[in-house]
Design a protein around this ligand. Sequence first.
Ligand SMILES: [Zn+2]
Length: 492
Amino acid sequence: MPLYQNQTLKIYNSLSKKKEVFKPIEEGFVGMYVCGPTVYSNVHLGNVRTFMSFDMIFRYLKHLEYKVRYVRNITDAGHLENDADEGEDRIAKKARLEKIEPMEVVQKYTVDFHHILDKFNNIPPSIEPTATGHIVEQIAVIKSILDNGFAYEVNGSVYFDVLKYNEQHHYGVLSGRVVEEAIHNTRTLDGQSDKKNPQDFALWKKAESQHIMRWPSPWSIGFPGWHLECSTMSTKYLGERFDIHGGGMDLKFPHHECEIAQSVASNGVTPVNYWMHANMLTLNGMKMAKSTGNNILPAEIYEGTTDKLKKAFAPPVVRFFMLQAHYRSILDFSSEAIEAAEKGYYKLMEALKTAETLTTGKTSSFDVKAWKQNCYDAMNDDFNTPVLIAQLFEAVRHINSIRDKKETITAADLQSLITTMHVFTYDVLGLENIERQQSNTVLDGVVEMLIAMRNEARANKDWALSDKIRDDLLDKGVQLKDSKEGTTYVIQ
Ligand SMILES: [Zn+2]
């Protein structure tokens, strides 16, 4: 009997705003679509959190022995600078600025995206389709929306008619936006726009002469609207109706609302049963943004190349930190928080090692079977990883007590405890076990002593000694980094 038949998984559905018992359309199979990145820059740490959350969900569904088809797209065309169908294509703009081909931009940042996700131990999706690889299919979807009367063509561009759609369906079903209110609150369009109403969104845009990414269509040489690719590719690979659609909270409106409208207008059925949204990551209590400088690139954390952190943190520590919060909660990244997570991570890894060395007895002083079910209950409750981690630490406490001869465990219970710890730590949470390297407290102490000696040498203007300390450390693979806040080090 597959594991899912013994467990009742509940998922918070953004559509009903309630936790619902998960029941896939076809027993034993799960179709899951997650909106992927627009590959015009290095992947954002907040996006890494989102993809990590859906990776954990993918892993748990697979652990429950569902056969999961996980589709995550790559947006390589059609995503304009602002979400109101205006501005330059993000990838084309980058290509123009760097004087390279759009496909070079796409290749560079797709490779970066895969590299970073792999570093954080995310399993690749089952299918990773691209927008440019599905132009023909997107044109077919536009045709069917036009045929069904929910779109109109103006000057070679095709727009989705939101008001017309809303007469028969509900535009705003996911985000709670009310079309009528939106009409009154939106300023009238300037003469430049071909749209009948400001709410309407582009399905196809005619390319201006300077627009380099362009394809032929029945309406003009142009390019598809951003929202269209996800409706098209989710239908193609998962069917007109599928189980789970995920993405970052910021995609709920307009992107996901538009996806629903397009799919209903084209296929006549509601596409998704469970909508899931992962919350955002802040940095030191503030929104992360490149423009304000309140930003860290994922690689800067494990390379130790940001002045926002005192030292480097290994990828599994970052993953552990992220999963300590529930995916629907806002999580704040800070130097203190990641340091605390590092301690917790190594404590867990050490206990896993200790568990292998325990002596067993005739009785168990704690109920391993009940504890195991508590772990499942945590994950069954809308993938509650912080509660799961608390349960793992409950086990750590028992492991350490058994080691200290204050508690006992039978051989069978110990086997079950170890197996369950491994399943949840490695398979479900996806935490790789690394040896403690960069957080070695003895090394910390020694290097800090040398930094203090170097500071003394500098104060005495003994530059020869201060340089020697720096260079000799570098020779041993320890790089000192000076900043306003003082000197820190990274292991190379
Ligand atoms: Zn999408």
